[in-house]
Design a protein around this ligand. Structure first.
Ligand code: KIV
Ligand code: ZN
Length: 503
């Protein structure tokens, strides 16, 4: 009789560890949009945030909890009363809540971060796992920096967490230090040395500092872990986390190796999830990124193209359709109606009320007047505007600009602030620089521009431009984004978006 397949749980942490990527902050509304898409993708657990970290993170976890029904919704907490209570409160409305608590176990963290002895860590593990368990049935415990911890101590901590009610033990390779063979041995050693390990499932959480997050996650699953922590596009703290699309497609593509696994993921939603996360975080995807990069299924060499036409599998190990890439992405045009737009937005993962859909329809018609063909990415850019913080302290009224070969570039900007229209003019090194200088005059803020990028959202001469800025305001790194068919307007919107995020 064929062996029964084992379910592998996908725990998505795009909204928590993913959002920890420097500059990737998402509003609670944007987090909710991503959560809807993650649910459609079929992830088993959505880690929606770290509720104690900020009021907006708390709000994000609460609103995701209230809306998501199929996936479990998880909130992160340190081993403290305040964190655990905040997580429990934020998860109150969740149909399937999970609290994820973590406590570092490596010698280096104990000595320098906590200045605590092993016995104290053990006592904290017991105390706070019990407390979390009082608030929630489903507790996941992570011994942070597990892969650099003494194994004997790690076994004791895991045993204690399970005996106090943890149902999942997550093993973080917090600093992305391990290589696959080490992970294989660690998971096998945990299975062989923790007496009550059969009462919990083992999970893996890998970072990509040495580019091994996917390989390490797969090694852990092969050794008996049943859950993998992943993020869309691999975004996350520093070099990022194991990328969901890579872990999932490796399992699906190499059925010969992973024959005993089954997944609840609908891989056809991968492409859409990737684009949504990239658009909302402003993190562009490298063209050569596995699975979701623009070139992942492109064949440049003539020999390759010829062979693929004869037999796709000569050079393609996956069918692009399996990750949701179909050729035609042309969606709507000038004559499309309100209903078609609302339906398409819903398909893209956005859930807007009637008022917002009506507003977007107006914006869509304006865009369709300027642009013949409207693609999914154009709609995402429009919808993204609606997911920005509701209260915009500074709103663009108009931007004017003059330059020439023998005159200095000068911008004239009008901005609405507290019901007043403020105006400023400034000279600069170029159109964008002079606009930004004029905005600085109006806001009076000290803003350091660290990075500026302009991309075409779709192809064609009439494509919308999307500007992204990274700025430092009041010592904080902020990312701002803006889109328009006019690239100067897109650049100004991006800068104001960053200003509004801080204000
Ligand atoms: O990398 C890490 O150790 C984490 C923990 C909170 C699980 O993100
Ligand atoms: Zn992490």
């Amino acid at each position: 009789m064929p062996k029964k397949k084992e379910k592998i749980f996908i725990f998505d942490t795009t909204l928590r560890d993913g959002e920890q990527a420097p500059g990737a902050s998402l509003t609670s509304i944007q987090k909710l949009e991503i959560a809807y898409q993650l649910e459609r993708l079929g992830v088993d657990v959505i880690e929606a945030g770290f509720p104690v970290a900020s009021p907006d993170d708390f709000k994000a976890v609460s609103s995701v909890s209230a809306q998501i029904k199929k996936s479990s919704v998880c909130g992160l907490a340190r081993c403290t009363k305040k964190d655990i209570e905040a997580a429990a409160k934020a998860l109150k409305k969740a149909k399937k809540p999970r609290i994820h608590i973590f406590l570092a176990t490596s010698g280096i963290h104990l000595k320098y971060k906590f200045k605590k002895a092993e016995e104290e860590i053990l006592a904290l593990t017991k105390k706070y796992t019990r407390l979390a368990r009082k608030h929630c049935d489903d507790i996941e415990f992570s011994p942070e920096d597990a892969t650099r911890s003494s194994k004997d101590f790690l076994y004791r901590v895991i045993e204690a967490a399970i005996s106090c009610g943890a149902k999942t033990i997550n093993i973080p390779d917090t600093v992305g230090y391990s290589y696959p063979q080490e992970i294989t041995s660690l998971i096998s050693d945990i299975k062989n040395n923790v007496s009550n390990i059969n009462k919990a499932i083992i999970s893996i959480h890998c970072h990509d500092d040495l580019g091994m997050a996917t390989a390490n996650s797969l090694a852990a699953l092969s050794a008996g872990a049943k859950q993998a922590h992943c993020t869309i596009n691999g975004i996350g703290e520093r070099a990022g986390n194991a990328s969901l699309e890579e872990v999932v497609m490796a399992i699906k593509t190499r059925k010969d190796v992973f024959s005993g696994f089954k997944l609840g993921i609908n891989s056809k939603e991968i492409s859409r999830s990737s684009r949504l996360v990239s658009n909302l975080t402003g993190f562009t995807i490298a063209p050569n990124k596995s699975i979701v990069g623009r070139n992942a299924f492109a064949h440049e060499a003539g020999i390759h193209q010829d062979a693929v036409l004869k037999k796709r599998s000569t050079y393609e190990i996956m069918d692009p359709k399996d990750v949701g890439l179909d050729k035609s992405q042309l969606v709507l045009g000038k004559h499309s109606g309100r209903h078609a737009l609302a339906k398409r937005l819903k398909k893209l993962g956005f859930r807007f009320d009637k008022k917002k859909n009506d507003l977007l329809f107006k914006k869509f018609k304006n865009l369709a007047d300027k642009k013949k063909e409207i693609f999914d990415d154009d709609l995402i850019a429009l919808a993204e505007e609606e997911t920005k913080p509701r209260k915009q302290a500074y709103k663009l009224v108009s931007v004017g600009f003059s330059t020439g070969t023998d005159i200095s570039p000068q911008a004239s900007i009008k901005i609405k602030h507290k019901r007043k229209v403020l105006q400023a003019k400034a000279y600069g090194d170029g159109p964008v620089d002079s606009c930004y200088k004029a905005i600085d005059k109006i806001t009076g803020l000290k803003i350091k521009l660290l990075n500026y990028k302009l991309d075409a959202i779709t192809r064609g001469k009439d494509a919308q431009g999307r500007a992204k800025v990274e700025v430092e305001i009041k010592g904080k790194l902020i990312v701002g984004r803006g889109a328009s068919t006019d690239i100067l307007e897109a650049s100004v919107k991006a800068y104001l978006d960053a200003v509004n995020r801080i204000v």
